[in-house]
Design a binder for this molecule. Sequence first.
Ligand SMILES: Cc1ncc(COP(=O)(O)O)c(C=O)c1O
Length: 396
Amino acid sequence: MKNSDNNKRIPLNIPYLKGGEKKYILECIKSNWVSSVGPFVQEFEKKFSSYLECNYAVACSSGTAALHLALLSTGIKKNDLVLVSDLTFIASVNVIRYVNAEPILIDASQNSWQIDVKILENFLEQNCYLNGKYCYLKKNKKRVFAVLAVHILGYAANISKIKFLCKKFKLKLIEDAAESLGAKYNSKYIGTFGEAGCFSFNGNKTITTGSGGMLVTNSKNIARLAKHLSQQAKSNNNQLSHNMIGYNYRMSNIHAALGLAQLKELNQILKKKKSIASFYYKNLVLYKDISFAEHYKNTISSNWLITININTKKIKLKLDEIVNKLLFKGITTRKLWQPMHLSEPHKKSKYITTNNVSNALYKTCLSLPSSASLSKSDQIKVINTFKKVISLNEKS
Ligand SMILES: Cc1ncc(COP(=O)(O)O)c(C=O)c1O
């Protein structure tokens, strides 16, 4: 769609590249280390795990690859069940199918928009039982292997409660923290609470390597197996023999070079995003047809995509109309993902809900331009244009 004026469009969330990346990339070219063998991969893993204050990090070709490796290296088996957020990007659920396991989709919470821990708890209490080391579903005796908890939009899910439930029901905890690098609960980084945590460095993420991901863990065994599987499961002493079916999920030296430069900017990016989020909040919280997600106590958000919930019924505009009107004015916004229980590949999966919250949020939530480089004048333009488009009324 063309803009109504010739101004350049305000993007949703673009990389924050400050120039330090060039030095690292040139170093790859000068040294001829451009592929997956090269010193930056290890250095990026080391610096990333040290930033997150955890023991190990395994660099991967994408966040999806990291999630796939997390399931494999924590010991998932065919036909296992995995409890996962219904309101998420599809990769979180696809990886469960990659390993021939079954997702059980858990609805979102009305207040936080994250996986609803009350529904999760009720499901486990009423439908599952423990036998020896594992948890099983009463109905068909299938093993319930893990909770794959997604921290959406940069906010933290109720990770203390999820961890408590995983411990009680002997489940592995895998965190999909693709969108939440830098978020914290009780001063501890999101992604470091379970057996494994996964991050994405896709172009629209908090930091980017172009494309890439990271698995983090405190377990030496999980880290070793994930690394092994990511490089075609080569046998130790013979590079051309293989002892398992592995994958080509390695990160290249060039991608890691970008990652190292970006890691240096991470605190600055988080600081800028925090200030952008506060400014949106201050300017939009006054309006009765707008609401924000509630953050869990003692959490800090990374403000990946700053998102609002619009009372679309009251303002008599559909979300798609708002997106299109804003785009016409040169402002890029985005709806949430189609909930997984409605998606073509996962609509036959079991979906646990009480009020179908993910459906409602899908129809009413809008992510606003959230780039760390968003200027104050552009942000004011976003706010003013948005107010005009939906004719907001202040709370009385
Ligand atoms: C919640 C979530 N999980 C997983 C992924 C997959 O990451 P990637 O695109 O790096 O494979 C993404 C991002 O795209 C995501 O937002």
